[in-house]
Design a protein around this ligand. Structure first.
Ligand code: HXC
Length: 511
């Protein structure tokens, strides 16, 4: 046998397979696995591993031109840094996961973990390969276990580029970030046919688990893009903020620009009437390095804004109440979103900046029945647990439990600064006055006027930042336009923060 000819024959089979895949995928408005990898990685840097692994199933051999079993695995460079990836090929039995397919994914996951580099999964799959029964279930189990073992050690990113059905949803759900593409990607445990059969309900794939549903309603996914190319470029961008693993620092940007002239704007950005709103993202964009803010889950629980930015070239994670949406109140979804983000940052040593303007937790039967206590505690737990540098700036409202939760001094916030507009107290003026001056108001001839006076007194004597400052609970009341430079110094001071915690297996966050 001429082995060189055999090798050429195999390489030719891969090429034939790719040509077939191009025809099928493009018809569906999708790219092939190889085309996706080409966009994801720096030009020519992808190094495939295990291209000639043979499928177990005869049918899969035919569909994949004998080799590969419907998944490509390998390593490439993104902005010059090593990253591992796997890309499923829908044209081989719907990208379903058989034994060999699963073994390949597990192998690349294990390699990424061992070598301390991020891993990206490009998912386009009908889930466990039905014909391979328990073999495919077991293969999934190994992948899930690898996801969990890698959690908090290397960044794990999933990009949904077609269906992610059945077992195919769980691995992404165990990773740190999920990207989706509008109209061509969807995630669900069981598809519309089963729903029709079991519940007699009609629903389309899009309505059940499309990108809009998961980025707006369920919060399962973090990013939604109009097409595959932009989604993959989004992944490249996200990685510029992240370290390769939990022992390495995040990349530092050398070109530092910021909106110098706009700093003054911060001195008058908070409206005189404290019931009026403003957009906290304007503040973020002024404080952070120019155009560096990269928002996560922008359409889910937008009463809390979370995302990465750079401050003086270095990555920080920002958690900010958004007064523009539901007055910035904390509810179930926002607490959950915030907690997960804080824990990600803490796992990967990314310092946290909290911008606070929160009237409290959202009251209500619906919130109580659905566990706002547990979800609020989740955010509280996440902040208390985080040992990365934590700096809070109280922009305006900081009331009650929400003040405590948003990385207040006694939960371990390293620096708590306040703008002169800060209102810090157990509750807002109207509610507080009604409780502590009930008799006085009720017995007066002019209750409205008395109430008004008492509210004013409360605002100027109790709900003020200087009280916290005198108690050491606010480190400094700062001039808003100096915030950027103060934060740069604060994070510089905290650069070497190191906290040793008592030994334990793991905490028990209220999940
Ligand atoms: C084997 C599969 C498959 C699967 C799809 N195919 N899913 N083969 N196992 N799980 C095959 C089809 O037979 C077909 O083969 C080809 O892939 C393309 O599928 P179509 O249905 O023609 O494509 P489309 O209309 O785009 O629909 C895609 C789909 C649908 C939504 C993914 O195929 C589907 O609903 N599949 C089943 C999804 C599912 O219920 N998976 C759950 C498995 S259980 P041909 O030969 O015609 O090209 C599971 C549990 C794991 O995953 C639990 C772990 C915790």
């Amino acid at each position: 046998m001429n082995f060189l000819n055999e090798l050429y024959h195999r390489l030719e089979a891969l090429e034939i397979k790719e040509q077939e895949a191009i025809q099928k995928q493009h018809l569906k408005g999708k790219l092939t696995a190889r085309e996706r990898l080409h966009i994801l990685f720096d030009e020519g840097s992808f190094f495939e591993i295990g291209a000639f692994v043979e499928p177990i199933l005869e049918e899969a051999k035919k569909k994949s031109q004998q080799y590969g079993d419907g998944v490509i695995i390998g390593r490439g460079l993104i902005h010059g840094r090593s990253v591992f990836a796997y890309a499923q090929d829908f044209t081989v039995l719907g990208g379903s996961l058989g034994e060999a397919h699963g073994r390949k994914i597990a192998y690349i996951q294990e390699m990424a973990l061992q070598l301390g580099s991020p891993i990206i999964g490009l998912i386009d799959s009908g889930g466990a390969r039905i014909q391979e029964g328990i073999r495919s279930l077991a293969a999934y189990a190994r992948i899930f276990r690898n996801n969990v073992r890698s959690s908090g050690i290397i960044p794990q990113i999933s990009v949904i580029l077609g269906p992610a059905a059945g077992g195919a949803v769980y691995s992404p759900a165990l990773t740190d970030f999920i990207f989706m593409v509008d109209k061509t990607s969807y995630m669900f445990l069981t598809g519309p046919e089963v729903i029709k059969e079991v519940l007699n309900e009609d629903i389309s794939k899009e309505e059940l688990g499309g990108g809009i549903i998961h980025t707006l309603k369920s919060g399962v996914a973090h990013f939604l893009y109009d097409d595959e190319e932009h989604a993959l470029l989004g992944v490249r961008k996200l990685l510029t903020y992240l370290p390769s693993n939990n022992f390495e620092p995040s990349p530092i940007s050398k070109s530092i620009e910021y909106y110098e002239a706009r700093q003054e704007f911060l001195d008058k950005i908070i409206p005189e009437d404290s019931n009026k709103s403003y957009d906290v993202k304007d503040i973020i964009n002024i404080i952070a390095d120019k155009d560096s803010f990269f928002e996560i889950q922008p359409n889910y629980a937008s009463n809390l804004v979370v995302g990465f930015a750079r401050l003086n070239g270095k990555t920080i994670g920002i958690v900010a109440n958004q007064p523009k949406v539901m007055a910035g109140v904390l509810d179930i979804k926002a607490s959950h979103k915030g907690a997960r983000f804080v824990r990600f940052c803490d796992s990967f040593n990314i310092p946290l900046l909290v911008l606070e303007d929160v009237p409290g937790f959202l009251p209500g039967i619906d919130q109580e029945y659905n566990g706002v206590i547990r979800e609020g505690a989740k955010l509280l737990y996440a902040f208390c647990e985080a040992t990365v540098p934590k700096v809070t700036v109280i922009l305006r409202k900081a009331y009650g439990g929400a003040y405590v939760v948003m990385s207040s001094k006694n939960t371990g916030g390293d620096f708590n600064f306040a703008w002169p507009t800060a209102e810090i107290a157990v509750m807002g003026p109207e509610g507080a006055v009604k409780i502590i001056h009930k008799k006085e108001i009720e017995s007066s001839d002019n209750p409205e006027q008395v109430k008004k006076k008492l509210i004013e007194k409360y605002k100027t004597e109790i709900a003020i930042p200087f009280l916290g400052e005198s108690l050491g609970l606010i480190d400094e009341v700062i001039v808003p336009s100096k915030t950027r430079s103060i934060l740069i110094t604060a994070f510089e001071i905290l650069n070497n923060k190191h906290i040793s915690l008592p030994k334990r297996k793991h905490g028990n966050i209220p999940l």
